[in-house]
Design a protein. Structure first.
Length: 374
C-alpha cells in the first residue's frame, strides 16, 4: 500500500511562556512512500519523526494537509480503521497475558463481519509468531522474555491482522547493541517476506542506512533529503545531511575557492571547476583522504589507530572545524606514513569532497570532469 503525504503540517501550541510561537513539528511534508518498501524516517531527537508517524497512523490530526493510503484519503479516519500495525520503543505488551494472548488480542477485538472463529485466530497468531520466530515461547509471560523477544512479540501483534502499513517508532532503541543488529536484520527479512509497506523511525543513521530502501532525512520539522541511503550518503543536499550520515563523520573545513582551485588553509588541494570564488565549507569523507608523500594537503599527525582491515589516521589542521581530522585508509598503505612523522600529507578523492555555501549550507556543485589526476 502506497502512502502519500500531501502538504502535511502539524503545529503544537508553544509550552514556552517566553516564546509563544507554535512548534511546527511537521512542516509541509509532501512525498510518497512507495508500496512494499521499507522507508526510514531519520533525524535527531525532536525533529518530528514520531509526529509524522502519528499523523500516518491517525493518532494525531494534521493542522493542514492530507494523508492517503493508496487512493483512499484517510485523513479523517480513526487509527483503528486505517489497517495499520504499530510498534513502539517500549514494547507495550500486556504483562498479565501470555505471548499467545498478547498476539491474539487484536484479533479478539474484531467485530461484525471481520470476526474470526477461535481456530482461525489461533492459526493466524501462530503464523505471526512463526514469522518473528517466537512460536516456541507462546505460553510465557512478557517478564519471562528478553527485551529482544518482547519486541518480537510486539511485532507479531502488529502483524497478526496483516496491516496495510507497518509503523515502527524507534523499535530497537531499548535493545543492547548485538540484539539491535540482529533484530534489525529480522525486521528487514520480515518486511521482505510480507511485502508490507513499512515506515521505520530512528535517530540512528547507521540503522536507517542499513535497513531502508529509502530514507527521509529530517531536521526541525523539515524534510532535508529523500533518497536511497547510498545516494544520500554520496550526494548530500546540504551540510546537515553530510554531517548526519556516516561514521566516522565527514570532516568539515573552512575553505575557499579561488580560480577553480580549492584552498584549505594555505594549501591548494583540489581542482574544482565551476563555483564562484569565495569562502565555502569543504566536507571530506574519512575515506576521501589518500596518503601520498607528495599529497597537496599537509596536516599535523596526531595518531594512527589500526582497526583490522582499516587504519584510522588522526590528524589536525587549522582549517578544520573540529580538533581532529579522521581519515580511514586501507591498512596496506601503512608504509606510506613516514616513521618520524610529525606531519602527514594527503591527496583528496574528488568524489568524496563536498562544497557548501557558508550562508545557506546548501551544496555547491563542482565539475567532476575536471578532476585532478586521481
Ligand atoms: P522526534 O520523534 O523526532 O524526536 P517529535 O515528533 O516527538 O520528535 O517532536 C517534534 C516536536 O514537536 C518537538 O519539538 C516536540 O517537543 C513537539 N511535540 C511533540 N508532541 C507534542 C505535543 N503533544 N505537544 C506539544 N509539542 C509536541
Ligand atoms: Mg520520537
Amino acid at each position: 500500500m502506497k502512502v502519500v503525504l500531501r502538504n502535511l503540517t502539524k503545529k503544537f501550541p508553544s509550552r514556552d511562556k517566553k516564546n509563544k510561537a507554535d512548534v511546527v513539528a511537521v512542516n509541509n511534508f509532501d512525498f510518497e512512500i512507495p508500496d512494499g518498501k521499507l522507508i526510514g524516517l531519520l533525524g535527531p531527537s525532536g525533529c518530528g519523526k514520531s509526529t509524522t508517524l502519528n499523523l500516518i497512523s491517525g493518532l494525531e490530526k494534521p493542522t493542514e494537509g492530507r494523508v492517503f493510503f493508496g487512493e483512499d484519503d484517510v485523513t479523517n479516519l480513526p487509527p483503528e480503521h486505517r489497517g495499520i500495525g504499530l510498534v513502539f520503543q517500549n514494547y507495550a505488551l500486556y504483562p498479565h497475558l501470555t505471548v499467545r494472548q498478547n498476539i491474539l488480542f487484536p484479533l479478539e477485538n474484531l467485530k461484525g463481519k471481520d470476526k474470526l472463529s477461535r481456530e482461525e485466530m489461533l492459526e493466524k497468531a501462530m503464523e505471526a509468531a512463526k514469522l518473528v520466530q517466537i512460536h516456541e515461547l507462546m505460553e510465557r509471560k512478557p517478564r519471562e522474555l528478553s527485551g529482544g523477544q518482547q519486541q518480537r512479540v510486539a511485532i507479531a501483534r502488529a502483524l497478526v491482522k496483516r496491516p496495510r502499513v507497518l509503523l515502527l517508532d524507534e523499535p530497537l532503541s531499548n535493545l543492547d547493541a548485538r540484539l539491535r543488529l540482529q533484530t534489525r536484520e529480522e525486521i528487514k527479512r520480515i518486511q521482505k517476506e510480507t511485502g508490507i509497506t513499512t515506515i521505520f523511525v530512528t535517530h540512528d543513521q547507521e540503522e536507517a542506512m542499513s535497513i531502508s530502501d529509502m530514507i527521509v532525512v529530517m531536521r526541525e520539522g523539515m524534510v532535508q533529503q529523500i533518497g536511497r541511503p547510498q545516494e544520500v550518503y554520496d550526494n548530500p543536499a546540504n551540510l546537515f545531511v553530510a554531517k548526519f550520515l556516516g561514521t566516522p563523520p565527514v570532516n568539515v573545513f573552512e575553505a575557499r575557492v579561488e580560480q577553480g582551485q580549492l584552498i584549505l588553509g594555505e594549501e591548494t588541494v583540489l581542482e574544482v571547476k565551476g563555483p564562484a570564488d569565495g569562502p565555502v565549507y569543504a566536507g571530506v569523507r574519512p575515506e576521501g583522504f589518500l596518503l601520498r608523500r607528495d599529497g597537496a594537503f599537509c596536516c599535523a599527525l596526531s595518531g594512527v589507530e589500526v582497526m583490522g582491515r582499516d587504519i584510522s589516521v588522526v590528524a589536525s589542521s587549522k582549517a578544520s572545524l573540529s580538533p581532529a581530522i579522521r581519515a580511514i585508509i586501507g591498512s596496506e598503505n601503512l608504509a606510506e606514513i613516514p616513521a618520524d612523522a610529525g606531519q602527514v600529507r594527503f591527496a583528496l578523492k574528488p568524489d568524496k569532497v563536498f562544497l557548501f555555501d557558508r550562508e545557506t549550507e546548501e551544496r555547491i556543485a563542482f565539475d567532476v570532469s575536471a578532476r585532478s589526476g586521481l
